[in-house]
Write a protein that binds this ligand. Structure first.
Ligand code: FES
Length: 130
Protein backbone atom coordinates (compact mmCIF):
# COMPACT_ATOMS: atom_id res chain seq x y z
CA UNK A 1 0.00 0.00 0.00
CA UNK A 2 1.22 3.47 -0.82
CA UNK A 3 2.37 5.43 2.19
CA UNK A 4 0.71 8.61 0.99
CA UNK A 5 -2.72 9.08 -0.52
CA UNK A 6 -3.08 10.36 -4.07
CA UNK A 7 -4.44 13.60 -2.65
CA UNK A 8 -1.38 14.16 -0.48
CA UNK A 9 0.88 13.55 -3.47
CA UNK A 10 -1.20 15.80 -5.69
CA UNK A 11 -1.15 18.72 -3.22
CA UNK A 12 2.55 18.18 -2.61
CA UNK A 13 3.34 18.30 -6.33
CA UNK A 14 0.93 21.08 -7.11
CA UNK A 15 0.35 23.10 -3.93
CA UNK A 16 -2.43 25.71 -3.99
CA UNK A 17 -2.11 29.24 -2.64
CA UNK A 18 1.66 29.34 -2.24
CA UNK A 19 3.13 32.76 -1.65
CA UNK A 20 2.92 35.93 0.35
CA UNK A 21 0.12 38.47 0.85
CA UNK A 22 1.96 41.76 1.27
CA UNK A 23 -0.96 43.61 2.90
CA UNK A 24 -2.23 40.64 4.91
CA UNK A 25 -4.67 41.30 7.74
CA UNK A 26 -3.18 38.49 9.81
CA UNK A 27 0.12 36.63 9.63
CA UNK A 28 1.06 33.58 11.64
CA UNK A 29 4.26 31.60 11.77
CA UNK A 30 4.72 28.34 13.61
CA UNK A 31 7.33 25.67 13.75
CA UNK A 32 7.91 22.20 15.03
CA UNK A 33 10.98 22.04 17.21
CA UNK A 34 11.56 18.35 16.57
CA UNK A 35 11.64 18.28 12.79
CA UNK A 36 12.54 21.96 12.33
CA UNK A 37 9.79 22.58 9.80
CA UNK A 38 8.29 26.06 9.58
CA UNK A 39 4.94 27.23 8.23
CA UNK A 40 3.75 30.77 7.62
CA UNK A 41 0.15 31.73 6.81
CA UNK A 42 -1.15 35.03 5.47
CA UNK A 43 -4.84 35.91 5.73
CA UNK A 44 -6.87 38.57 4.03
CA UNK A 45 -10.14 39.16 5.84
CA UNK A 46 -13.06 41.25 4.69
CA UNK A 47 -15.97 41.54 7.08
CA UNK A 48 -16.45 38.02 8.36
CA UNK A 49 -14.93 36.23 5.39
CA UNK A 50 -11.47 34.91 4.67
CA UNK A 51 -11.15 36.39 1.20
CA UNK A 52 -7.61 35.23 0.53
CA UNK A 53 -4.99 33.03 2.11
CA UNK A 54 -1.45 32.14 1.14
CA UNK A 55 1.29 30.13 2.74
CA UNK A 56 5.01 29.55 2.76
CA UNK A 57 6.18 26.25 4.15
CA UNK A 58 9.73 25.23 4.73
CA UNK A 59 9.09 21.63 5.47
CA UNK A 60 8.31 18.10 4.48
CA UNK A 61 5.89 16.98 1.79
CA UNK A 62 3.10 16.31 4.27
CA UNK A 63 3.48 19.81 5.69
CA UNK A 64 3.27 21.30 2.20
CA UNK A 65 0.22 19.17 1.33
CA UNK A 66 -1.39 20.06 4.69
CA UNK A 67 -0.82 23.80 4.18
CA UNK A 68 -2.20 23.61 0.68
CA UNK A 69 -5.31 21.71 1.75
CA UNK A 70 -5.84 23.96 4.79
CA UNK A 71 -5.81 27.07 2.60
CA UNK A 72 -8.38 25.48 0.30
CA UNK A 73 -10.58 24.62 3.25
CA UNK A 74 -10.74 28.18 4.58
CA UNK A 75 -10.54 30.34 1.46
CA UNK A 76 -13.81 32.15 0.87
CA UNK A 77 -15.23 30.74 4.11
CA UNK A 78 -16.44 32.54 7.24
CA UNK A 79 -13.73 33.43 9.75
CA UNK A 80 -15.69 31.40 12.32
CA UNK A 81 -15.13 28.27 10.19
CA UNK A 82 -11.39 28.98 9.91
CA UNK A 83 -11.28 29.27 13.71
CA UNK A 84 -12.71 25.78 14.00
CA UNK A 85 -10.49 24.07 11.41
CA UNK A 86 -8.73 21.17 13.06
CA UNK A 87 -5.69 19.24 11.94
CA UNK A 88 -7.93 16.19 11.83
CA UNK A 89 -10.17 17.83 9.25
CA UNK A 90 -7.10 18.74 7.18
CA UNK A 91 -5.77 15.17 7.35
CA UNK A 92 -9.19 13.74 6.50
CA UNK A 93 -9.52 16.05 3.51
CA UNK A 94 -6.18 14.66 2.33
CA UNK A 95 -7.57 11.12 2.65
CA UNK A 96 -5.36 10.52 5.65
CA UNK A 97 -1.75 10.90 6.70
CA UNK A 98 0.53 8.26 8.20
CA UNK A 99 0.36 8.41 12.01
CA UNK A 100 3.90 9.71 12.37
CA UNK A 101 3.06 12.51 9.92
CA UNK A 102 0.00 13.77 11.75
CA UNK A 103 2.06 16.51 13.39
CA UNK A 104 2.53 18.05 9.94
CA UNK A 105 -1.21 18.73 9.78
CA UNK A 106 -1.07 20.16 13.31
CA UNK A 107 1.29 22.79 11.94
CA UNK A 108 -1.41 23.88 9.47
CA UNK A 109 -4.03 24.24 12.21
CA UNK A 110 -1.60 26.16 14.40
CA UNK A 111 -0.47 28.46 11.59
CA UNK A 112 -4.06 29.46 10.85
CA UNK A 113 -4.78 29.95 14.56
CA UNK A 114 -1.69 32.08 14.88
CA UNK A 115 -2.64 34.22 11.85
CA UNK A 116 -6.15 34.69 13.30
CA UNK A 117 -4.69 35.66 16.68
CA UNK A 118 -2.55 38.25 14.89
CA UNK A 119 -5.65 39.55 13.10
CA UNK A 120 -7.60 39.86 16.36
CA UNK A 121 -4.68 41.58 18.04
CA UNK A 122 -4.74 44.21 15.30
CA UNK A 123 -8.55 44.35 15.26
CA UNK A 124 -9.73 43.67 18.82
CA UNK A 125 -13.17 45.02 17.93
CA UNK A 126 -13.66 42.02 15.62
CA UNK A 127 -12.98 39.46 18.27
CA UNK A 128 -16.06 37.33 18.93
CA UNK A 129 -17.35 37.44 22.47
CA UNK A 130 -16.53 34.25 24.34
FE1 FES B 1 7.68 18.00 10.55
FE2 FES B 1 6.32 17.19 8.48
S1 FES B 1 8.05 16.24 9.35
S2 FES B 1 6.08 19.04 9.58
Amino acid sequence: MALYSEKVMEHFRNPRNVGVIEDADGVGEVGNAKCGDIMKMYLKIDGDTVTDVKFETFGCGSAIASSSMATELIKGKPVADAMKLTNKAVAEALDGLPAYKMHCSVLAEEAIQSALADYYQKHPEKKPAT
